[in-house]
Design a binder for this molecule. Structure first.
Ligand code: PLP
Length: 420
């Protein structure tokens, strides 16, 4: 018989196997200093394009003040226990009410983390007879939630209406046999490529098919829509989203998350969400902090305006300089280049070391082989100078990519990789 750990000793997993080449630099990098448009990487200042602090709240003086005051008043333990047992407070309820009203839903419920909350919500919403239909590019937390489902599930091609309809048809057939219903899950904004989920078109299909729509709007909340209520508001169909999800980890620059829906659905979830029933309640400092951040979202539209000024400057600048930014419809700004993984590594190193630009790099298997995706997240803290310097840097690295510099530089990395 094998030792359980044998496979782990042999194979570190699809990402883990690159640890030697990548750790500390391409993965698990340490960005230091106050969260801002410019931080320190390995002791050097870099323009940071990889922090989801969309509205620049992470280090806003008012936010820092309230966080410090709440920590002083409540510490990091209060309240102790799960919501249902001993972890419930009026401020948790107040935050839920304010979140519900912000996203135009009857009720909301807090989640300790977006990831687990999403997994648990999917689990609570469906039973064995039900069918899940979801986008093939869904975030890992959606995939994990679907994994818990004991019934049928279908993925549709990313944002492809024909495929959505085809799968709704298949799902309808099955649900009619099993006596179940259909849950369709989309993201409001797809976090890698920045496209919005085709929520408006999906909602149109409700006229033909009987399904409920669950939207993970992690990147849309606070950034899209007139009031910042997200992708549903932006597309004019917020009322048609049956269950709305957003995390505090992006626009609200904190930890925690929430779901919002009709009162009856939230009342049900309150008693059936395993991730909340069997886990400690969201700490008070996070609750108080989220109340303050939400107030700022409501009362300081200039934050979103500044964000979009930077988004537009960056995205237009990239396009004018001939870069392929795909089909983004949000703040998420991907830049697609052609090259191998070792070339991508050499290129990112050049960007960081010689141009002081820090952005995330995404390669195969997340995107097709031969493509390099540099993923940039503009925020309200960026300046037009940051954009200007970044555009200059991007033009320089493109030239070096095209003239084969990175190919030559990466030869040793490639050799090391082929020995893996
Ligand atoms: C689309 C999406 N859903 C869910 C999550 C998870 O949220 P959290 O960080 O609060 O666990 C994230 C990311 O962080 C996300 O991008």
């Amino acid at each position: 018989m094998k030792d359980l750990f044998d496979k782990i000793y042999k194979d570190k997993g699809p990402l883990g196997k690159w640890a030697e080449q990548a750790e500390g630099y391409f993965v698990f990098p340490k960005l230091e200093g106050p969260i801002s448009n410019r931080m320190k990487f390995r002791g050097k200042e870099v323009i940071t394009w990889s922090i989801n602090d969309y509205l620049g709240l992470a280090n806003h003086p008012e936010v820092r003040k309230i966080d410090a005051e709440a920590a002083a008043e409540y510490g990091s333990a209060y309240p102790m226990g799960a919501r249902m047992m001993s972890g419930h407070t009026s401020l948790h309820e107040k935050l839920q009410d304010e979140l519900a009203s912000f996203v135009n839903k009857q009720s909301a419920y807090l989640l300790n983390f977006g990831y687990q909350g999403m997994v648990s919500t999917i689990d609570a919403l469906v039973s064995k007879q039900d069918v899940i239909v979801y986008d093939v590019d869904a975030h890992a937390c959606i995939i994990d939630g679907v994994r818990l489902h004991l019934g049928q599930r279908f993925t549709y091609k990313h944002n492809d209406m024909e495929s959505i309809e085809k799968n709704l048809k298949r799902a309808t057939k099955i649900a009619e046999q099993t006596g179940g219903g259909i849950l369709l899950i989309s993201e409001g904004v797809f976090g890698m490529r920045g496209e919005q989920g085709k929520l408006k078109e999906i909602v149109e299909l409700k006229k033909k098919y009987n399904f409920r729509l669950f939207v993970d709007d992690a990147h849309g909340f606070g950034t899209l829509g007139k009031t910042g209520a997200g992708a549903g508001e932006e597309q004019g169909i917020q009322d048609e989203i049956d269950v709305y999800f957003a995390t505090f980890a992006k626009s609200l620059a904190s930890t925690g998350a929430f779901i919002a829906s009709d009162k009856e659905i939230i009342d049900y979830l309150k008693y059936n969400l395993r991730s909340q029933m069997f886990a400690k309640s969201l700490q008070m400092q996070l609750v108080v902090g989220a109340l303050k951040r939400l107030e700022m979202l409501r009362t300081m539209p200039e934050l979103k305006e500044k964000l979009w000024k930077n988004v537009n400057a960056l995205q237009n600048g990239l396009k004018e300089n001939g870069f392929d930014i795909g089909t983004t419809q949000s703040c998420v700004t991907p830049v697609y280049l052609k090259g191998s993984i070792p070339e991508a590594m050499a290129l990112v190193k050049d960007l960081r070391e010689n141009h002081g630009v820090f952005c995330s790099i995404v390669v195969y298997p997340v995107i097709p082989k031969g493509l390099i995706l540099l993923r940039m997240i503009p925020t309200a803290t960026h300046t037009l100078q940051d954009v200007k310097e970044t555009l200059t840097a991007f033009s320089a690295i493109r030239e070096r990519l095209e003239n084969g510099t990175y190919k030559r530089l990466s030869a040793s990395v490639e050799a090391a990789m082929s020995n893996k």
